[in-house]
Design a protein. Structure first.
Length: 292
């Protein structure tokens, strides 16, 4: 029965849509927040990995292990750049730019795997590009320095590394999702360790710690469990449709609780990005991509 997997996927996407709202409540910089997220994900998903007995069924391949490890590096930087974008700009704008990732996957796939771009895919790329220009503000004559300080570059880098993770993860066939994520987040802990300012964890309020624990256990552990547990039972088309719950919740929370009000040009840009993304996801043989 597909109803339960659909419900699990819907819940995971809706919860993940609130991660931007919770991340700004943690009081932690991006590196420290991703460090916490890696620790929680490693503990929670390794627990699920053993409880489900999947650890006994693993087929380890050296080439795949290296591929997963490099994917893990891309995934960690994807998280860092996304949280950095949340620090510097509206969650609505950041999450809209971040969801350019499937479009980037289409472009990279046409280069790396020599996949032909259909007319629909090409049109979707153009639509998303125009939408991005509208969000940035093509009539505002932004300087390079102003663009950097706006957070736009961090959001674009997050989308780019999301796409890198997707492209590189395309060929992973033998390792389970639990083992794959465990390896990636475990490596992430050690990648981030030298950059962590542990003083950032002092002086945090009770509400900060509640947001940190929620981001770790709920937005990472629980979301990944629900996502991976439902993934194999749903079609690509259904997954692609449910993915829209993530930005929908993010934008709703941003407008209701933080009072963000995009101008008319930004609204048009956001609409264009998601229209373009919808066209891209209609591609019959589109690449599957992980949730970050």
């Amino acid at each position: 029965m597909r109803l339960l997997p659909m419900l699990k996927m819907s819940i995971s996407m809706a919860i993940f849509g609130s991660i931007g709202f919770f991340s700004v409540k943690t009081g932690l910089p991006s590196f420290e927040l991703v460090f916490v997220r890696c620790i929680f994900a490693t503990l929670f998903l390794s627990f699920c990995w053993f409880i489900t007995g999947k650890h006994k069924q693993e087929k380890w391949k050296k080439r795949e292990f290296i591929q997963i490890a490099v994917c893990g590096i891309f995934l960690v930087f994807n998280w860092v750049f996304l949280f950095k974008a949340f620090e510097m700009m509206s969650v609505t704008v950041a999450i809209s730019i971040y969801h350019l990732a499937p479009i980037i996957v289409l472009m990279l796939g046409s280069i790396v795997f020599k996949e032909k771009l259909t007319l629909l895919a090409f049109v979707s790329i153009i639509i998303c590009f125009v939408g991005t220009l509208f969000i940035i503000g093509i009539d505002s004559n932004l300087s390079y320095a102003a663009l950097l300080s706006s957070g736009m570059v961090w959001a674009l880098l997050a989308a780019l590394f999301y796409a890198f993770t997707t492209i590189l993860g395309k060929g992973i066939q033998h390792t389970s999702a639990y083992a794959m994520t465990f390896i990636q987040t475990f490596i992430g802990i050690f990648i981030l360790m030298p950059f962590i300012d542990f003083d950032a964890f002092t002086g945090l309020t009770q509400s900060n710690w509640i947001a940190i624990i929620a981001t770790g256990f709920i937005h990472t552990g629980l979301v990944y469990y629900l996502f991976f547990d439902s993934l194999r039972d749903l079609s690509t088309q259904m997954i692609s449709a449910l993915v829209f719950l993530d930005p929908g919740v993010a934008i709703l929370l941003d407008t209701v609780f933080t009072g963000f009000r995009p101008d008319s040009l930004q609204i048009l840009g956001i609409v264009l990005i998601f229209v373009g993304m919808a066209f891209a996801l209609k591609k019959p043989k589109s690449l599957k991509f992980e949730k970050a």
